[in-house]
Design a protein. Structure first.
Length: 103
């Protein structure tokens, strides 16, 4: 089934919720203290960490439309990668605590 058809089917099943979500999304990505380009770069980075392929595609495209360069997008992805790796390493504390209990 085509993505647009699926999206419409989901919207038809919960029209109030989809409207609320769409309005929320529009409000979040509007220029504010952070400009739209910066917000899209953040979204690209978060999409990498959450591993949402549709989000990666959409926000990469939107970031470029808002003026982000390919280099800026890749740098944002590297920041996300470092944060993901850092989180994995810091969570080793939980495993270490469990190993210590077994000693």
């Amino acid at each position: 089934m085509h993505d647009k058809i699926i999206a419409q089917k989901k919207a038809d099943l919960a029209p109030r919720q989809i409207d609320a979500w769409r309005n929320f999304s529009k409000a979040v990505f509007k220029d504010g203290v952070l400009d739209e380009k910066t917000k899209q770069l953040i979204a690209v980075a978060v999409a990498q960490v959450t591993q949402c392929p549709w989000c990666i595609k959409a926000h990469t495209s939107l970031a470029m439309r808002k003026g982000a360069s390919k280099e800026e997008i890749m740098e944002a992805i590297w920041v996300a990668s470092e944060m993901r790796a850092g989180a994995a390493y810091s969570h080793a504390n939980i495993a270490l605590e469990e190993m210590e209990k077994q000693s």
